[in-house]
Design a protein around this ligand. Structure first.
Ligand code: PHE
Length: 453
């Protein structure tokens, strides 16, 4: 029976350990770097509202489903899907959901590590005092010069990938638990500090208005897809990473409660980042749709002009790097678990192969900001395409498959037993959301973007 099988990777030592690791995977560049810039590109309030709805109605039910399936299957996503499809008496083709996840993880990590590299380069820039008393034009120039240099980007990307490799080669363990335990509160404290700064700027209310004033005329159909993709990306859903983390989850832990806590923390961090960035954008007459450079062109202004800004700047970018690393290790874990379990590799070798592949793919993103910046397909450069393909297509597709599998194919008694909810009604709510609402919503968004409805 698969449901009594113990994970070969060991287990989390406690519920807190799982919450910490899963929060570490959820909170990262997606919240602090990506959420603000895509909100800026997609007109603000209406986009934020759709994002929040997607987190609540699609994200949380799928998060619960994915961890529950992981804990029942107990292996890497491919084998977990195989185990579960055998148990549900259905086709082994479901294993391709696992494959989709492994590939999405490698692809996402390839650019994630590049951006984490930007954050680490900014630790040094903050440290040597590059932000002190700067104005918007100087900060912009600093960033432009930086991303125009393939060598610098390759250097920092390599530093990040190597660090990821060293951490994952050691396995899911204490180190991770400990670092996240200290990381999250520090990140939170620094965000509050930055929030206090943002409140003193003249663009504070304009920033809030931009973020929370819902004006649907500013939101395009593609914007809706991007908002949904971001719900998946930010929660780390639809690619088997919640599934592998779920596989390390002891039996007696309430999956639903932990999933809701993680989603809430993740959402609060993203909103905080937005409430910090947009006032700075409007106070300095910057463009909210500046793209992936947005936080690198705004936060240095805050640090350069606030008391204690040197220290806070250094600390902030260090913490951002740590937050990125705790997500990076989650992105690569499905591939590593597969290499260990199905190819009989040692953890060290599996980590080396997976990180090397992802490192190589990262060069595409690096060159898309400089030597290949003219290469465009459908009006998007290679980085944008990669991000679009993974966040907005692969993750929602994986999520859709997870929803359909757990809602329609898995025996409801099994999922009820696995979720072990205190009240029957809670189970019914989840089951309704996962069976109808989540899959239909994802499907409709896809149709709408393809121009079918
Ligand atoms: N959730 C992470 C972030 O917001 C990124 C991530 C995506 C991690 C997918 C794991 C899986 O930064």
């Amino acid at each position: 029976m698969t449901n009594i099988k113990k994970s070969i990777h060991g287990e989390w030592s406690s519920r807190t350990a799982f919450i910490l690791a899963a929060t570490g995977s959820a909170v990262g560049l997606g919240n602090i770097w990506k959420f603000p810039y895509i909100t800026g590109e997609n007109g603000g309030g209406a986009f934020v509202l759709v994002y929040l709805l997607c987190v609540a109605l699609i994200g949380i039910p799928i998060f619960i489903a994915e961890s529950m399936m992981g804990r029942r299957g107990r292996e890497n996503p491919v084998n977990t899907m195989l185990n579960l499809s055998t148990e549900a008496n259905t086709t082994p083709q479901w294993q391709y959901v696992g494959w989709l996840g492994i590939i999405a993880g490698l692809l996402i990590l390839s650019y994630y590590s590049v951006i984490a590299g930007w954050a680490s380069a900014y630790v040094v820039k903050a440290f040597v005092g590059d932000f002190i008393n700067t104005d918007a034009a100087q900060v912009q120039q600093l960033f432009d010069q930086f991303i125009k240099s393939p060598l610098q980007l390759i250097f920092w990307h390599s530093v990040m990938m190597l660090t990821t490799l060293i951490i994952v080669a050691r396995g899911v363990g204490e180190g991770l638990e400990k670092s996240v335990r200290f990381l999250m509160p520090s990140l939170f404290a620094l965000l509050i500090l930055l929030l206090m700064y943002a409140m003193t700027t003249k663009g504070y209310f304009q920033g809030l208005h931009f973020l929370f004033n819902v004006d649907f005329s500013k939101l395009t159909g593609k914007g809706v897809l991007i908002a949904m993709g971001q719900a998946f990306f930010s929660l780390g859903l639809g690619m088997g990473c919640v599934m592998v983390y779920g596989a390390y989850l002891p039996k007696d832990i309430s999956i639903a409660k932990t999933s809701i806590i993680i989603a809430a923390v993740d959402t609060v961090v993203a909103l905080l980042a937005g409430i910090i960035i947009f006032p700075i954008v409007f106070s300095n007459n910057l463009n909210p749709s500046a793209g992936p450079g947005l936080i690198f062109e705004t936060l240095p202004l805050a640090f350069g002009n606030m008391t204690g800004g040197w220290l806070f700047g250094v600390l902030f970018f260090i913490i951002l790097v740590f937050a990125a690393l705790s997500s990076a290790i989650a992105l690569i874990e499905p591939a590593i678990a597969w290499l260990i379990e199905n190819r009989n590799l040692s953890r060290k070798l599996a980590s080396l192969y997976a990180c090397t592949a992802s490192w190589g793919l990262g060069l595409i993103t690096i060159f898309s900001f400089n030597v290949w910046s003219d290469i465009k397909l459908f009006g998007q450069n290679l980085f944008e395409l990669l991000d679009f393909l993974t966040s907005n297509i692969m993750l929602p597709l994986g999520g859709l498959a997870i929803a359909v599998f757990s809602g329609w194919l898995m025996n409801a008694q099994h999922s009820q037993q696995e979720l072990n909810l205190v009240s029957d009604n809670h189970f019914k709510i989840w089951h309704f959301l996962i069976k109808y609402i989540a899959p239909i919503a994802v499907f409709l968004v896809f149709l709408q973007v393809m121009g079918i409805i």
